[in-house]
Design a protein around this ligand. Sequence first.
Ligand code: NAD
Length: 399
Amino acid sequence: MKVLILGMDGYIGWPLACTLAREGHQIKGVDNRLRRKNVEEMGSMSAIPIVPLEDRVKKINELRSLLLQPVTMEDFDISANYKRLKKLIRSFKPEVIFHLAQQPSAPFSMKSRRKCIETHHNNVDSTLNVIYAMKEAAPLAHLITIGTMGEYGTPDVPIPEGRCEVNVGGHSTMMPFPRNAGSWYHQTKVHSTHNLRMACNHWGLRVTDIMQGIVYGTGVEATAEDELLRTRLDFDDCFGTVVNRFVVAAVLGEPLPIYGQGTQTRSLLPLQDSINCLKIVMDSNHPGGYHEINQFHEYYQIHQLAQIVSDAYREVTGEEASIIRYANPRVEKEEHLYEPECKWLKRNGYESTSSIESTVKCMIFNVLRFKKALAGFKKVIAPTVSWVDEVGTIFQLDN
Ligand SMILES: NC(=O)c1ccc[n+]([C@@H]2O[C@H](COP(=O)([O-])OP(=O)(O)OC[C@H]3O[C@@H](n4cnc5c(N)ncnc54)[C@H](O)[C@@H]3O)[C@@H](O)[C@H]2O)c1
């Protein structure tokens, strides 16, 4: 298939490109290196060293059959270059477009008014440009976007896949399940969801919008083929998602940071599963219109995740990884019901590839190799961004 990956240099976009290229699909990508720049701005770097974008693409082409079209990557901002995006889509004629080109950090979006607006411009405008370019240049393509389970918030009722029955005044109808974003980033994902749904209703586009849980892992089968194909792994307090950050903290001998009681529950899946699920969606016979699904394997409270990483670290190294509690810098419920549904993917063949315990152990082995190079970056792990106050001080609690 002809596949366009927007956000191809990212944590998920790169393993997706490697996997699909290995399977013989024809791949073109776009990325403006925003993730690399933002992590640098945090004073951090990927815990697993990655090479420049051009070297990744060169390597992937070296490993592929010469009979296949080469993988290519263009460097431009899709939120600001509509004409270039439309031209690319018109000339390439993709059958599938993955739209992953977003600023994905909630804390980064909460840092300041400027970061809030930058995140809105980037995430909302990029999705609008993609749907307009599709309408003009590839109206029959299948657009696959990744939203987040965080769009639903923690509503204290079970979370269905997208829609639910609403009864008012003796009448009932199916409506989108209410969104309840907890950060400016999540709000941009909610806006994108609404915009995608309207584009499908008005123009008949084919869209699968995936509400994804938190992803963890240091790579997938296809990125293990060569060191130059490694994907990034962030651990700073803005771009390090929870398990990834806990693993690097443990390796660096830093305590694993928990906010408040750590009883917040979140859904998760390994990176390899995320890629497998994206392939299931790509291969599905999408009839057209807006289709929303949830994508995760299981869910845990944050303090349970810290315990899993701490136990795995002891098993791998024989050393202890301690856990530290901070006054919660976020505005979020710590006690809540969490019963999300994940039916469509399981009906369509999704089975998890590994347990969280074995993936975490494998991650620890992989990060230990780079422990020395990371020693100077311990300071980026502790939380610095408050949800209510731009210069808020975040206190350590008595444990
Ligand atoms: N990683 C997770 O745990 C997770 C969980 C739920 C949802 N998601 C969603 O999945 C998608 C991918 O996430 P990720 O973790 O790979 O993030 P990422 O930041 O690593 O990847 C996004 C890529 O898109 C690029 N990009 C951003 N804006 C762009 C623009 N305007 N033009 C061109 N390129 C642009 C970035 O440089 C980056 O390489 C995002 O939409 C994110 O919100 C991720």
